[in-house]
Design a protein around this ligand. Structure first.
Ligand code: MV4
Length: 502
């Protein structure tokens, strides 16, 4: 059983994993590029190994150097964090070959879920609902795809890349006139991005939400879910805010239980071990469909940790050490509400353009119900080499209204000098009626939310949320807000806040 863990990542997630290691008495090793010499993860780990010069984006992808650092340091296990290394089967395999424990699923599970056509086939066989589309597990020719589109799938449909994810190599097609061209351009884009031009077809589901199920599985055959996360607040496939539970599922325990059970079934279909996430598309009628599985820890895992009280990274470590899950399905209880805002170095008033520079000064919010996962410090440089996340701000409370109020307070406390951030976006989003009512889907930010015209009557809205909390009996009042506000047909006819009181 390993005593020393190498964390093959940087930034807030490296720090998060180092903390989990220390919390159970494991020794820690960091790796870093020249650009990261002064980084927090390097200072927090007991030892650190330089693995190459800047520009460093790819230096963490150099498998050999990481294995070498593990051997030199005597680390018997490697945690990949999230990012590309975490879902590269070659890396999991290279660890295995070197006699090092990869803290994650088997290379086989990564490979199967990484190929969306294969995953779709496995899910269909396992009885997990997928969006109607092409059934064949094999690679269809253009002619076969066009035939399927016109005769079996129907329009509107989506052409999707087998190697896809994050919207790359995806084309919506609304008429048979466009199918040939759309297949060609999806293939070309997928080939350029992934070196794999295989595509498949699915019926287009409109107005859907993105809701995902957190899975934990040990090596003794115990697989459980930790409920759902709502991830529909995103812009161009970049998540901006996540919450647990989902306001759409709300008090529908039956739907929650059903989606959780299907999530468990999906993970079991590939003999999954470790922490993973099943992504679902959920339509307005509450039909849900398997989208893909993320075979790694996710950025938004903290909201689940807060609501379930389970330290997901600690469970990952325990599972990899050959221990049993500390809780079974009946022990999982969801308490309260948590929301995560991704604070990025981007200018929300300039189409979220990256904001490069040095964070000269930073004051992080704290206090009851506030958690900040970050690796920044005064003097931290935001470069184009790494992603633009500054921190994850996670706020929680007994109800959604309380979590929102706390988030408003924390965003106000937050001070960053030197770069533009997405904080103003989050403030306006939290003030919007649609967000407060919990009535939004994956199109909301891209198509219906405009930061430059968003109204922000902070004081009034805060007072209303406070009133909701004051009047609530357990969660009842907050649920009434959500329930009544879901009917948006008469929004033009009532006063802005009237509908919240009704
Ligand atoms: C879909 C869909 C509608 N219908 N599939 C986008 C990324 C990829 N992971 C799957 N995606 C979608 N697949 C069908 N059949 C809509 C999306 C989608 C989406 C999904 C999750 C989160 C945000 C999204 C934004 C736009 C489109």
């Amino acid at each position: 059983m390993f005593q020393k863990v190498l964390v093959a990542n940087r930034g807030e997630i490296a720090v998060r994993i180092l903390r989990a290691c220390k919390d159970i008495g494991l020794q820690t090793v960091a790796v870093y590029s020249d650009a990261d010499r002064n980084a927090l993860h390097v200072r927090y780990a007991r030892e650190a190994y330089n693995i190459g010069p800047a520009p460093a984006r790819d230096s963490y992808l150099v498998i050999d150097k990481i294995i070498e650092a593990a051997k030199k340091s005597g680390a018997q296990a490697i945690h990949p964090g999230y990012g590309f290394l975490a879902e590269r089967a070659e890396f999991a395999q290279a660890c295995k070959d070197a006699g090092i424990t990869f803290i994650g699923p088997s290379p086989d599970a990564i490979t199967k879920m990484g190929d969306k056509i294969t995953a779709r086939g496995i899910m269909q066989k396992a009885g997990v609902p997928v969006v109607p589309g092409t059934d064949s597990e094999s690679d269809l020719t253009d002619e076969q795809l066009i035939h399927e589109a016109n005769n079996n799938v129907g329009y509107p449909l989506l052409v999707k890349a087998a190697a896809g994810g994050g919207g790359k190599g995806m084309r919506a097609v609304h008429s048979p006139d466009d199918i040939e061209q759309s297949i060609a351009s999806a293939r070309a884009e997928a080939l350029a991005a992934f070196g794999d031009g295989r595509v498949y077809l699915e019926k287009l589901v409109t107005g859907a939400r993105h809701i995902e199920i957190q899975i934990l599985a040990d090596t003794f055959g115990n697989t459980i879910h930790l409920g759902e996360r709502e991830c529909s607040i995103q812009r161009r496939h970049q998540k901006l805010l996540e919450e647990c539970p989902s306001p759409f599922i709300g008090t529908d325990e039956n739907l929650r239980q059903q989606m959780g059970a299907v999530g468990v079934k999906a993970a079991q279909a590939v003999n999954y071990v470790g922490a993973g996430t099943i992504e679902f598309l959920v339509d307005e009628d509450k039909n849900f469909y398997f989208l893909e599985m993320n075979t790694r820890l996710q950025v938004e895992h903290p909201v689940t940790e807060i609501v379930t009280g389970v330290d997901i990274v600690r469970e990952q470590l325990r599972i990899a050490r050959g221990k049993r899950l500390r809780l079974l399905q009946d022990d999982v209880k969801m308490n309260g509400w948590a929301i995560e805002c991704r604070v990025n170095a981007e200018d929300p008033f300039q189409k979220f353009m990256p904001s490069i520079g040095t964070i000269s000064s930073v004051i992080l919010p704290t206090g009851p119900g506030v958690r900040v996962d970050t690796a920044v410090y005064p003097g931290y440089e935001i470069t184009p080499h790494y992603d633009s996340m500054i921190s994850k701000l996670i706020c929680s409370g007994d109800t959604r209204a309380e979590a929102i109020l706390r988030m408003r307070r924390a965003l106000e406390e937050y001070r960053i000098l030197g770069v533009k951030t997405t904080i103003p976006f989050h403030q306006q989003l939290l003030d919007s009626h649609r967000f407060m009512a919990g009535v939004f889907n994956t199109q909301f930010v891209d198509n219906e939310f405009d930061i430059s015209t968003a109204e922000g009557e902070n004081a009034e809205i805060a007072a209303i949320l406070a009133a909701v909390i004051a009047h609530r009996e357990n969660q009842a009042a907050a649920q009434v807000v959500t329930k009544n506000a879901r009917d948006t047909s008469n929004w033009k006819w009532v006063g802005r806040y009237e509908r919240i009181h009704r």
